[in-house]
Design a protein around this ligand. Structure first.
Ligand code: BGC
Length: 799
């Protein structure tokens, strides 16, 4: 059917009306209203078949309509139009959150098309640095544009509900404010280059187990305050060109069929002007794809002829009208008109990969989190490592270093600097130890095919203490003993990989294996007062409780992108003073996490055998630190959300409120604060400053306090002070009253903490009072309501 249509379209002379129009608006910065009007005019010139083609992706069996320049390895297309009235080129959509995911080589072409692998989302968010993330976004957008890509299928903005979530690394944080602000910065950066960003996966896509069939039972309040809020911030602050819906159902209905979500909330309440696309093959696409369009989704990806046929049938049966299809075509075309392809941008496939590699390295170094740097068992502070030190590097992960996760979040980069290479580039490393690991890795690695068309995944279990390699008779224990004599510092690297399609497990993933724990403990036992530093090249939260006492220093490097090894060396050497802080809590054990309560709370069960897996969001709004901080002694966390060390120290002073207009009648007010941050230590450094607010509980229960603002200083020389200011607009202070469908600020006494982490025990405080309840905004009644007869899933017991 699609081919037939294409032939018909090809008949006749092509009047390049569209490009003539494009010539006159290239310079205009008139925004979406301008493009929408233009799209409306152009859609009038489209046949029904052309409109239908536009709302259904091309699929994999045919070439996209009016695709002049294909880019191998993109994830999908939006069909163009080629008629005697219109010449709209097909547009190209490429993954993903850690960089432009295209094929690095092409048949019959000797050129290469490698892309920069950026630090993964969680690491970038740990920078808490809006300007840095924007810069990464710009470079990303530039690379996409230079490779002929129109829409980036990024950033991922779901909330990290449970540490085992397989795609958490693609996402930013357990906190919606941090996630929303970092996401908005990424969107702004990408779109500054004239490429569309696609925030995903809307919404509550918090696990991979049975991801296409999981029904998340979650209260509207938890959705509003936690899961929707990061998307809301990015939409309101950065107007992404596109949004991708999620695979899961929410309260019984696929998220990509929810009119209340995509139309009432997203477009109606938040003013989203972009295009809404499905996730790939999501929902009831093989049976009733028209319901996705009725709900407000514009584009079905990857689409194909069967979806097209099904929509045509729905039109014939009166289930779907051409008016609806037309509306979606307008939404899509409004965005397509802004793309490099439509603007006939002459890309050359030569982005400045060297400059981007440097930025990738900087982004990684500015984001890594120093968890521990403790001189209790060493002569002097373990980190930074002196440039004269002889360093023994342990662990197979120094060779099998991970730059990012697997699946659509992967990137085909030209290289990866391993931790072994990075440390050898910077320090005098013990070659006897690296030789052992090189050989051990070669002799023990296992390769498995990558999921979702990804590269093969190479894994290698950690070498046990009695391991030896074919080229030598020494066991690892012997080598550790020798190194403790010869070397000054030990670095132990531990790696964890995750990716799309599977959640993580507790055993040998969240928790360390015996071999890993014994390695750390044995190295420490031999090294005595010489420092032992553990580098975590991990996908997300891991247990630290079982081994952290044996480590003098711990650097959380996460998945640091293609330059990870050099970035680790930059931080360990002190060339870069670490300034990242945790975007996720590190609990004392998996069991203390509320969603770990039972299988039905994560990752779900199918008790009635109907193929749909129920996941009860028992934790409600108490996700991450919102749960852990109800316990004043922080006994449930090893390292709290927002925590991170520096090689210098900072003093906070003159914390004061400079504006408070919440109580003023007739306006939606805001609070402004400022604080002086002084570098009181020996070296230059940057400090992330976090603002938490404790609100009174009148009608609504609340976390003890929540993050409401944050900022990062510039690099401050020793002795220097910077004044930071923070704004908390009323909408960000408000809580969601689901009984009355409104965002409210409750009356009473509020405490503001200006703090270096979510442990606010020693933080500076500011107080204010709200005289009477403030209704900040009204929302769509019954949006995302629990199904009739389904009890609230919340069974949370605060510690
Ligand atoms: C993923 C999306 C991705 C899409 C296209 C899906 O499997 O969930 O995040 O953008 O594939 O590759």
């Amino acid at each position: 059917m699609r081919n037939l249509k294409r032939n018909l379209l090809a008949i006749g002379t092509v009047t390049v009306l569209a490009s003539a129009i494009s010539g006159c608006f290239l310079d205009q910065k008139t925004g979406d209203d301008y493009y929408r009007k233009l799209a409306q005019k152009m859609v009038k010139k489209m046949s029904d078949a052309e409109m239908l083609n536009m709302v259904v992706g091309t699929g994999y069996e045919t070439k996209a309509v009016n695709l002049s320049d294909d880019v191998s390895g993109v994830a999908g297309y939006i069909d163009g139009v080629s008629s005697d009235l219109l010449d709209i080129p097909a547009t190209k959509l490429a993954d993903g959150p850690a960089g432009v995911r295209i094929a690095p080589t092409r048949e019959g072409d000797s050129a290469t098309y490698y892309a920069t692998a950026w630090p993964v989302g969680t690491l970038l968010a740990s920078s808490w640095d809006i300007a840095l993330v924007k810069a990464v976004g710009e470079a990303y957008g530039n690379e996409a544009k230079e490779y002929g890509v129109d829409f980036a299928l990024a950033p991922g903005m779901n909330i990290q509900r449970n540490p085992l979530g397989g795609r958490n690394f693609e996402y930013y944080s357990e906190d919606p404010l941090l996630s929303g602000k970092i996401g908005a910065a990424m969107v702004e950066g990408i779109q500054k280059e004239g490429v569309g960003a696609t925030i995903k996966h809307f919404v509550a896509n918090n696990q991979e187990t049975e991801r296409m069939k999981s029904n998340n039972v979650v209260t509207p309040r938890a959705l509003r305050e936690i899961y929707l809020r990061s998307f809301q911030i990015a939409v309101e602050e950065a107007q992404p060109w596109a949004l991708m819906t999620s695979y899961n159902l929410i309260n019984g209905i696929y998220s990509n069929e929810r009119y209340d979500g995509m139309t009432s909330v997203l477009r109606g309440e938040w003013g989203f002007k972009g295009l809404v696309m499905s996730d790939w093959f999501a929902g009831n696409v093989s049976t009733t794809p028209y319901k996705q369009l009725l709900g407000g989704q514009d584009l079905i990806e990857p689409g194909g002829s069967s979806v097209l046929q099904s929509l045509q049938d729905s039109i014939d049966h009166g289930d779907l009208s051409m008016d609806t299809v037309k509306e979606h075509a307008v939404n899509i075309l409004t965005q397509v008109l802004k793309t490099p392809s439509y603007q006939r941008y002459a890309y050359a496939s030569h982005p400045d990969l060297n400059a981007h590699a440097k930025l990738s390295r900087r982004a990684a170094t500015e984001s890594m989190v120093l968890l521990k740097n403790d001189a209790t068992h060493t002569n002097g502070t373990p980190l930074p490592i002196s440039q004269h030190a002889k360093v023994a590097v342990f662990g197979v992960n120094q060779i099998n270093t991970y730059k990012g996760g697997t699946g659509s979040g992967d990137v085909n980069a030209s290289h990866i600097v391993t931790i072994e290479q990075g440390l050898a580039n910077r320090f005098n490393t013990d070659t006897a130890i690296s030789d052992f690991y090189d050989t051990y890795f070669d002799e023990n690695k296992v390769s498995t095919p990558g999921l979702f068309g990804g590269a093969d995944v190479v894994s290698c279990d950690e070498a046990p203490l009695d391991a030896s390699v074919s080229s030598g008779s020494d066991t690892l224990t012997d080598l550790i003993a020798d190194a403790a004599q010869n070397d000054d510092v030990a670095v132990v690297t531990i790696g964890r990989l995750a990716g799309e399609g599977a959640d993580r497990s507790q055993d040998a993933d969240y928790y360390f294996t015996d071999a890993e724990i014994q390695l750390i403990q044995t190295v420490k036992a031999h090294f005595g007062t010489k420092p032992v530093v553990v580098v975590l090249n991990v996908t997300g939260t891991v247990d630290t409780e079982q081994w952290k006492d044996s480590a003098d220093g711990i650097l959380l490097a996460y998945l640091g992108g293609q330059e990870v090894g050099d970035a680790v060396a930059d931080v360990l050497s002190g060339d870069v003073n670490p300034s990242g802080k945790l975007a996720q809590s590190f609990p004392v054990s998996y069991d203390v996490i509320p969603s770990a309560e039972s299988e039905v709370t994560f990752p779900g069960t199918d008790d009635d055998g109907d193929g749909v897996y129920t996941v009860n969001y028992n934790d409600g709004i108490y996700v991450g630190y919102r749960y852990f901080n109800s316990d004043d002694d922080y006994s449930d966390v090893s390292y709290p959300f927002g925590y991170g060390l520096s090689y210098t120290s900072f003093h906070y002073s003159d914390v004061k409120m400079i504006e408070n207009t919440y109580n003023q009648k007739g306006r939606i007010g805001q609070l402004r604060l400022q604080a002086n941050i002084t570098n009181t230590g020996p070296v230059a450094g940057k400090e992330v400053v976090e603002v938490y607010v404790h609100a009174p509980e009148v009608k609504l229960d609340k976390p003890t306090y929540e993050l409401k603002a944050f900022a990062k200083t510039d690099i401050l020389a020793p002795g220097k002070t910077q004044t930071l200011s923070f704004t908390i607009p009323a909408n960000l202070l408000a809580s969601f009253d689901q009984a009355d469908n409104e965002w409210i600020i409750e009356p009473g006494n509020y405490t503001v903490y200006v703090s270096p982490s979510s442990d606010v025990t020693a933080a500076n405080q500011v107080h204010f009072r709200i005289n009477q309840e403030i209704v900040v905004s009204h929302t769509t009644p019954e949006a995302y309501a629990l199904e009739r007869g389904v009890a609230s899933p919340e069974t949370i017991h605060l510690p």
